[in-house]
Design a protein around this ligand. Structure first.
Ligand code: FE2
Length: 203
């Protein structure tokens, strides 16, 4: 864990602390075999990630976007979007048989995103001449308010709800054909015409 020697309420220190919190949760998830513990970790991580994404998107990103530049910022936006789709699917308990895998992929995506923020975005943002502690206070206040009122549903949650479970096609396909690879091959008798496989029936 590196230390940028920043005041506690510096906006970058707040984000860094959030990053450490979720990384610890990901490690705990990987170490436990208990389903109940995994569910507790997933619930905590999703809440932390939603609050973190909200303060970044509403407050931090707009404040540093121009200085950091659109390439890095657009990439961060898209990484948030992908993470939020997975978060929405975990919230909806889409593909319950793929739940651990879904959370593992979310963790991998978020770890990658954190690395890019800490190695590129945040050092660049820190060059800005602004009151980072005032910005940090604003972020902490917003987080507190969101904890009190609840986090409003985002576009990704609406998108996943609209798909009604059909948005997770590889998981659904695996569920429909669990033993496809183990089924003994049927011999065609007397050259009878075979029905085409319905591989893409649900698309
Ligand atoms: Fe982020």
């Amino acid at each position: 864990m590196f230390n940028w020697m920043l005041p506690e309420k510096h906006a970058v220190a707040i984000l860094k602390k959030d990053h450490d919190t979720v990384k610890e949760l990901f490690e705990k998830f990987e170490k436990t075999n208990s389903s109940a513990e995994k569910e507790r970790i997933i619930a905590k991580a999703l809440e932390e990630l939603k609050l973190h994404a909200a303060i970044e998107e509403e407050i931090f990103y707009p404040a540093v976007r121009k200085h950091v530049g659109k390439d890095l910022m657009n990439e961060a936006d898209e990484e948030h979007h992908v993470a939020k789709v997975l978060i929405a699917e975990l919230d909806a308990n889409a593909a319950p048989d793929h739940r651990d895998a879904k959370f593992t992929v979310l963790a991998e995506n978020v770890r990658h995103h954190i690395k890019e923020e800490e190695n590129e975005m945040l050092p660049k943002a820190k060059e800005l001449d602004m009151d980072f502690e005032a910005l940090g206070q604003k972020m902490l206040d917003r987080k507190k308010a969101l904890k009190r009122t609840g986090i409003p549903e985002d576009a990704e949650h609406a998108m996943v709800a609209k798909a009604n479970g059909k948005g997770d096609s590889p998981a659904a396909a695996a569920r429909r054909r669990p033993s496809a690879t183990h089924r003994p091959a049927k011999k065609a008798l007397g050259g009878a015409a075979k029905k085409p496989a319905r591989a893409h029936a649900s698309k």
